[in-house]
Write a protein that binds this ligand. Structure first.
Ligand SMILES: [Fe+2]
Ligand SMILES: [Fe+2]
Length: 473
């Protein structure tokens, strides 16, 4: 199989879809349902065309093509990273055996479940972000939003391909259900909590792409290790696209902080509201919220399901091959967070296998720290003493051992009453949200930018900031 995508087919792909007419027909019959979902649940802003990248190759160089396309004509396709014919299972009970090209019967239900859960998040974020096009701070940002949206749509295709190709009738039904569930719906919500939250403004969007998309990066990283090779190869390529989503979040928050710091310096005040910037304490509260709901996505501190996924070879650890242990973990222990009988935050030793959620969450947390370091550098460079910080892991949690307790962002235990009295200083208030919303006015003139955010350092694909990234009707 080559690595270049075949764009002559109805569904662009590098999986030789033309050799399997049955599968091609099944996917072609899902395609119109996807397009109906895209036009009813996708971006609401009408556009003429958008400067988008489209995957054309999965190789190291030149995997993407950039050009102006009408969004409804975007070529969503199926792309798997190149196959390594010598690849062997890197962990668990089957370690050292050749990877699987088919789904082993005994793991079928678990693998399908893992794919459905991952697949469900992809269209969910498109739904959450659908109205943001009405209020983008610049054409550059508008283009980035749409790029993220079309790629999340493609990630849905990636998971649907696996369901159709390897899970028979059950897989096809699950593929339908992925379009049927909707973010925030009462009757058929998305599977995971954070994907039913609104993304009502652009500060939330940047926080979402920084913190919540980053959870996706870590989940994909564990699935990339999978012994089920098609899943591994799909995730490997998705991670490539995901890097841009992280970039949008990281630099988005950079630019918000930069603008706020500028205004604080210029007017020698923390009160930036009158000057159309977002106060640092509001940014901190948004950060607290998005970080804590994203921590919940990693599940409980311990999980026997995840231990089984690992032992079976379905899902590895982040950077599995860089770990210096036996990759089986059958005799190892680790410390995980706990709440002691007298209600204190502590640690307890568990079997390393059952603590794998904690292991992944810790990898994620240390990655999140990098963002905070970056944003604080912006503040330091502006000679400002204020700093942003990640709240304590126990803060505002709804999943795991900390769901039953309340703490301050520094991890100090609070009674329910103290929490109720003080939570408005730590989580976005209605006043914060309506202020942020009041700033959300579209700026669609080329080269112009809203008051609350600094322009980007660089444009996209070497183009200048004032490029026509989006043409409106
Ligand atoms: Fe994605
Ligand atoms: Fe993403």
């Amino acid at each position: 199989m080559g690595t270049a995508a075949d764009y002559t087919e109805k569904i662009p792909n590098n999986v030789d879809l033309h050799t399997d007419r049955r599968l091609a027909r099944a996917l072609e019959s899902w395609q119109p349902n996807f397009l109906t979902w895209w036009s009813s649940m996708g971006p609401t802003l009408p556009t003429q065309d958008v400067y988008l990248r489209t995957a054309v190759n999965v190789g190291r160089e030149g995997w993407a093509h950039f050009g102006h396309v009408a969004m409804r004509d975007y070529r969503w396709g199926i792309f798997l990273a190149e196959r390594d014919r010598d690849r062997r299972i890197g962990f668990g009970a089957h370690m050292g055996e050749p990877v699987w090209q088919k789904v082993p019967g005994e793991y079928r239900a678990e693998l399908q479940r893992l794919i459905v859960i991952q697949g469900d998040t992809e269209p969910a974020s498109v739904e959450q972000q659908r109205n943001l096009g009405a209020t983008a701070p610049s054409l550059y940002d508008l283009r980035n939003l749409f790029q993220v949206n079309v790629e999340e749509g493609r990630h849905l295709w990636a998971m649907v391909y696996l369901l159709h190709a390897y899970f028979g009738r059950d897989g096809r039904e699950e593929a339908e259900a992925l379009l049927h569930r909707n973010s925030g719906s009462e009757d058929a919500p998305r599977i995971l909590g954070a994907f039913n939250e609104e993304t009502p403004d652009w500060l939330s969007f940047f926080m979402f792409t920084y913190f919540t998309d980053r959870d996706g990066k870590y989940q994909l990283g564990t699935l990339k290790e999978s012994a089920f090779d098609p899943l591994s190869r799909t995730c490997e390529f998705m991670l490539k696209e995901e890097a841009h989503h992280m970039f949008v979040g990281t630099t988005g928050i950079d630019r918000v902080v930069e603008r706020t710091a500028q205004v604080m310096r210029e007017h020698d005040t923390d009160e930036v509201v009158g000057h159309g910037a977002i106060p640092l304490d509001v940014i901190q509260r948004y950060l607290n919220f998005h970080y804590s709901v994203s921590l919940d996505l990693f599940g409980g501190e311990t999980s026997t399901n995840v231990a089984n996924y690992f032992s079976a070879g379905l899902k590895g650890r982040w950077s599995e091959d860089r770990r210096k242990d036996d990759h089986r973990l059958t005799d190892d222990g680790m410390l995980v967070d706990t709440v002691t009988e007298d209600g204190e935050i502590g640690q307890t030793e568990v079997a390393a296998l059952t603590g794998l959620n904690t292991d992944l969450r810790r990898e994620y947390i240390s990655d999140c720290e990098n963002g905070v370091v970056r944003w604080n550098r912006v503040l330091a460079e502006a000679d400002l003493p204020q700093r942003l910080r990640l709240p304590h892991v126990a803060f505002n949690r709804k999943v795991g051992v900390f769901a039953g307790i309340e703490t301050s962002p520094s991890g100090e235990r609070l009674s329910t009453q103290e929490w109720t009295e003080r939570k408005d200083t730590w989580l976005p208030t209605d006043v914060d949200k309506s202020y942020v919303r009041s700033l959300m006015r579209p700026v669609y003139e080329r080269g112009k930018i809203a008051s609350w955010i600094a322009p980007p350092r660089n444009g996209i694909n070497g183009k200048p900031f004032d490029y026509d990234y989006v043409n409106l009707p």
